[in-house]
Write a protein that binds this ligand. Structure first.
Ligand SMILES: [Zn+2]
Length: 393
């Protein structure tokens, strides 16, 4: 008998696979199972994990270490730690992530109405290295982003060289809302009434009704998998527990790694952003989720032959959060011009790194883009940040 947590994870894993089927089918992507793509497995990989707004005092500080047991005991000995990473730009999610991806401070619409105005990592690599479109992915659960994050507005670059951008949590929510609107549940908020309709859609293999379609024999659910999904939906809805967006983002991310083995994968987590609603304990729970998921992600890297021994992982918060007692409501927000908000950290693990290294100089968020480009053999002059000299391959 599976526990609730196990069955819920099985359910989310199945949904992640279905989502990827639909995505691949609509874009005609082959997966790495295809012999023609095996050569990709010999190439260097970079994974970047951006962890929303997290203060140093809640993580890499004496009182914060309890929130990051995996980062500080499992990963740190294999990593280089940059304890001082400065964000001198606009501390909104879209602006900061755009700055990190372009290596240049961006001043754009906070809610992603406009694309970055200098090329992103994805575009440099796809254009200069002639990478195919399945080699760069951006997967996020952050509601403050839009798919404009995947490519700049620069004429010679742009969406034709951009990343695949996915917002799995939003797709899942849309699917549930859509399913609910198709039946009696649309007239009722009662999850007990919604469950049979969702289950019926899955049992009928009518994935299109949920916004997905399925390609390939391996994706057709067998009877026992269907029963598991039905049970998981029932548990999920009856428990009335929030679906953690980060867990789903992680599952879609690892499914993308398994199927496409992208050379550059950027994941952004956002469970800790519950802080905007004022719950400090839920904020800390979000930090612990990231800590666990980053550790699981590294274990997936080690277990996946396409990644093992050739991957460099970058993990960093986008920024901190405001000081307690500030006029901006302390940890709720991240817009104060102070070290609590602007100064964060980065931990890098894997191929480009000397294990157990520490660099205490202050580095900039915009240094990450040129560092990654350098790892892939590119040094574009127009990037404002400087490649981190400690990182080499
Ligand atoms: Zn935020």
């Amino acid at each position: 008998m599976e526990t609730f947590t196990q069955s819920r994870r099985t359910f989310l894993t199945t949904l992640a696979a279905l989502l990827l089927d639909s995505w691949s089918l609509s874009r005609g992507f082959a997966s790495v199972d295809h012999p023609a793509d095996l050569s990709l497995q010999d190439q260097s990989k970079v994974i970047v994990v951006l962890c929303g707004g997290i203060r140093r005092e809640d993580t890499f500080a004496k009182e914060g270490l309890a929130n990051i047991p995996h980062l500080c005991t499992d990963l740190l000995p294999k990593s280089i730690l940059y304890p001082f990473v400065h964000n001198a730009g606009v501390t909104s999610h879209f602006n900061t992530i755009s700055s990190i991806l372009t290596g240049t401070w961006q001043r754009l619409d906070d809610w992603g109405k406009t694309a970055p105005n200098t090329p992103t990592l994805f575009e440099y690599l796809r254009k200069e290295r002639q990478w195919s479109e399945d080699r760069t992915w951006f997967i996020s659960s952050n509601k403050a982003l839009t798919n404009r994050i995947g490519a700049s507005s620069v004429r010679d670059f742009g969406p034709g060289y951009g990343a695949n951008v996915m917002f799995p949590k939003q797709l899942l929510i849309d699917a549930v809302v859509y399913a609910a609107s198709k039946g009696k549940a649309s007239r009722s908020a009662d999850p007990y009434k919604m469950q049979p309709e969702l289950a019926a859609m899955l049992e009928a293999n009518n994935y299109e009704g949920l916004g997905w379609s399925v390609s390939g024999e391996s994706s057709i659910l067998n009877a026992s998998a269907r029963a598991t999904v039905s049970q998981a939906i029932q548990d999920l809805l009856h428990a009335n527990a929030p679906i953690t967006g980060d867990e789903f983002t992680f599952l879609v991310g690892t499914e993308v790694m398994r199927r496409f083995a992208p050379s550059l994968l950027v994941l952004t987590f956002s469970d800790m952003e519950v802080a905007h609603f004022g719950s400090y304990s839920m904020h800390l729970a979000g930090i612990r989720t990231v800590d666990r998921l980053v550790y699981e992600l590294w274990n997936q890297v080690e277990a996946n032959p396409a990644y093992k021994g050739k991957t460099t992982l970058f993990v960093l918060p986008e920024f901190g959060r405001d000081l307690d007692g500030s006029v901006t409501n302390g940890f709720f927000n991240h817009r104060e011009d102070c070290d609590s908000t602007r100064l964060t950290w980065m931990i890098c693990t894997g191929e480009g790194v000397k294990p157990g290294d520490l660099s205490e100089r202050v580095v900039q968020s915009i240094d990450i883009c040129p560092t990654i480009l350098h790892l892939f053999g590119l040094d574009p002059a127009q990037v404002a940040g400087k490649a981190l000299s400690e990182m080499q391959v």
